[in-house]
Design a protein around this ligand. Structure first.
Ligand SMILES: C[S@@+](CC[C@H](N)C(=O)[O-])C[C@H]1O[C@@H](n2cnc3c(N)ncnc32)[C@H](O)[C@@H]1O
Length: 215
């Protein structure tokens, strides 16, 4: 059984499964991503918009007393997200809207962040246009995302071969997106972006980018 939440399909089984999975795997993912997150999430302002906050992996990068405007349409994530925000002393303004249409006023955000989200949204180019719309001039979009491996590599073959079960399990996630190309084409004033490779057991997920795009 599924429920539609602002255009996002909340799955009765896979929603709770993914909430539990990302809670359980959080420490492992964090160990692998910490170095890149510390770099791009350094010095975040007191109010931050986050796309697809999940169960709150990134609240630790906000200063205690900060406000997180969390755009998270997947209701089964909400309880753990609230708990994580409370634990880190972050005020949570939780919105069950989608990143394609946040409902936030134009030019209202100093900083928007995402991790492992542009792989899953229905329309990544639409999300980047929405990020540009809500950022004030000079504001930043900071991201840590997994991307398609170069053509002809073993990792790329895994990404192709596993695409269907991967997307089914992880609620639409694709490991085949050229997100660096999309961010560069989105019309930001400047994009600083670093590709890197992880060495986790989740092979399709290992090719990644982290960066900052300036509005
Ligand atoms: C792989 S999880 C990552 C969660 C978290 N950012 C992290 O790093 O652990 C992807 C998240 O994106 C959310 N998501 C999927 N489609 C979305 C959309 N259109 N708008 C906003 N969030 C979305 C999912 O509900 C899920 O919480």
């Amino acid at each position: 059984m599924t429920d539609i939440q602002n255009g996002f399909q909340v799955h009765a089984a896979r929603g709770p499964f993914n909430a539990a999975f990302f809670s359980m795997m959080g420490p492992y993912l964090e160990r692998n991503l910490r170095r890149h997150k510390r770099r791009v999430f350094a010095g975040l302002p007191r109010t931050v918009v986050e796309l697809g906050s999940g169960v709150g992996a990134n609240v630790r990068y906000l200063q205690p007393g900060s406000t997180l405007i969390a755009i998270e349409p997947n209701l089964p994530m909400h309880r753990r997200l609230r708990t994580a925000a409370e634990r880190h002393g972050v005020r949570l303004d939780l919105r069950a809207s989608v990143a394609e249409q946040t409902g936030l006023p134009g030019g209202s955000a100093d900083s928007v962040i995402s991790s492992l989200v542009l792989c899953t949204v229905a329309d990544p180019a639409g999300v980047l246009a929405e990020v540009r719309r809500i950022l004030r001039p000079g504001g930043t979009f900071r991201f840590v995302e997994h991307v398609a491996a170069p053509a002809g590599t073993v990792t790329r073959a895994f990404q192709r071969g596993l695409r269907r079960p991967w997307a089914w399990t992880f609620e639409g996630c694709s490991c085949e997106r050229d997100l660096a190309g999309l961010v560069r084409a989105a019309g930001f004033a400047r994009v600083d972006l670093e590709p890197y490779r992880l060495h986790t057991a989740f092979i399709p997920f290992n090719t990644q980018i982290a960066g900052v795009a300036h509005a």
